[in-house]
Design a protein. Sequence first.
Length: 135
Amino acid sequence: VYIRDTAMSSQILTSHPWKTKELRAVYGDLAMYYLRGNSAVSNQNFDNESYVFYPDGTGLSIDANGFSHLIKEWKFVNAENTKLTFKYYITNSSIYHDMTWEHIRYKNKSILTDEYWHDNYINKNYHGQAIRIPQ
């Protein structure tokens, strides 16, 4: 029996805050791995990180260090709702990153993404995969 993933929607995205469950990424020249609840295998701590998306295209994120960031202009950019873009603002700044989450899947009450962006504050690229769960 084949069970399809639930189609991603704005309603799912805005239903509650999302916290990081697992993340694999490269940020500049740093390889990062995080698994919630397992500090023995994680080389980064994303326990504090969360994303909240509001229906009006705005949102808020708390980063791994506990700083808050405005999210503006979030939108799905394809009919399948598998690619999301948004502006992620540096705390107390007009500087932002154009963030992209793509190949979005919603499975087992989790959002799975491939994501990339350029850090305009310190001039580094980020590419990663993440699993986010309801907070």
